[in-house]
Design a protein around this ligand. Structure first.
Ligand code: ACO
Length: 323
């Protein structure tokens, strides 16, 4: 039975880190308020030379190096982003070209903060169907470009960055101890589309627009939606929170992560937290966190890793993977 095994990972952050104290000079806020409500202490902000595609390319190159592969070995690139360099062509084809890859296919997936989970699930289905053997999956964002820097309820939360993984088809026994993606679950409900959105776009206003959010409403729904897709993963595999070695959630807010882990009975020491350093990087947050935990030697081959995200749409999803 075919499984999609993660054989490479990488990440890239803009050069400039912005501490909470620097935002105190832009809107009326404080390091204490931001850290206490969100767990965020700093985020990275792209300069004019850095874009979603350039950060995505850097993350992809690191993932290829770690896997001992080149772009020639990749069949498909999927980029999750809500902040593309251009409305079209897709950021994925931009990165494809930057990597010197002129075969295969490349496309973007847009599911906001759940984008990486949606992209990885799509990639997994390409591998399982035999349509691709190796897929480069990238989450890359420059949310700083769509923030309203006069709105303290949103501008303090987000940051820029990119992460990537490569999945590869490998034969397994079809048991949960095999390496690879064991199960994936996606959900969305457009009834919540006005709770977190960008107030512009080519077809509505002809402008790029800025991020708008009803923070409390997002918070209210987050934990229930996250636990729903994780329980679906447990139901599909017969595994439980006790079996999880590492919980790598979308990094939106420390309080949402801790409340979800508590509700699911996942021990604190199994939770990978990077929101303090990166802020909320939307589709980039999970691969950035994976890169940090794996390159630090925490996530090791054979570990059971639980990924989840929830974001604008609303969209939400989980992927359970044997690393
Ligand atoms: N600095 C100082 N004060 C602030 C700030 C700020 N940056 N932002 C809001 N406040 C004020 C408000 O104006 C309000 O003041 P008031 O009482 O005088 O009216 C007070 O703080 C409380 O505001 P609330 O919005 O009720 O604060 P809350 O405790 O809900 O925290 C937060 C706000 C952090 C946004 C929270 O609702 C949250 O985390 N929501 C989830 C949103 C999220 O994570 N979104 C990410 C995208 S979705 C995803 O990735 C899952």
């Amino acid at each position: 039975m075919i499984r999609s095994v993660i054989c490479g990972y990488g990440a890239a952050l803009p050069k400039k880190a912005m501490a909470n104290s620097e935002i105190e000079g832009i809107v009326e806020t404080s390091d204490e308020w931001i850290a206490q409500r969100t767990g965020i202490r700093q985020r990275y902000i792209a300069d004019e030379t850095e874009t979603t595609a350039s950060l995505g390319e850097a993350a992809a190159r690191q993932a290829l190096d770690r896997a001992g592969l080149t772009a020639d070995d990749i069949d498909l690139i999927i980029v999750a982003t809500s902040t593309p360099d251009n409305t079209f062509p897709a950021t994925a084809v931009n990165i494809q070209n930057r990597l010197g890859m002129h075969h295969g296919a490349a496309f973007d997936v847009q599911a906001v903060c759940s984008g990486f989970i949606f992209a990885l699930t799509t990639a997994n289905n390409y591998v399982l169907s035999g349509m691709a053997r190796r897929v480069l999956v990238i989450g890359a964002e420059t949310f700083s470009r769509i923030l309203d820097w006069t709105d303290r309820t949103t501008c303090v939360l987000f940051g820029d960055g990119a992460g990537a993984v490569i999945i590869e088809a490998r034969e397994g026994e079809g048991v949960t101890s095999d390496r690879g993606i064991l199960t994936a679950h996606l959900r969305s409900d457009g009834a919540h589309k006005d709770k977190l959105y960008v107030d512009g776009g080519p077809s509505s206003t002809g402008t790029v627009g800025q991020l708008r959010m009803q923070g409390r409403e997002v918070f209210k729904h987050a934990v229930g939606m996250i636990t729903d897709v994780i329980e679906a993963a447990y139901d599909a595999t017969g595994l439980s929170s006790e079996d999880i070695d590492w919980f790598v959630p979308h990094q939106a807010n420390r309080r949402i992560i801790e409340a979800s882990a508590k509700k699911l009975g996942i021990a604190d020491e199994k939770v990978v937290l990077t929101v303090d350093k990166h802020g909320n990087t939307s589709a980039a947050s999970i691969p950035l966190a994976l890169n940090e935990a794996a390159s630090a030697g925490k996530i090791k081959e054979g570990d059971l890793v639980l990924l989840e995200a929830m974001g604008g749409g609303f969209t939400w999803g989980s992927v359970l993977v044997r690393w």
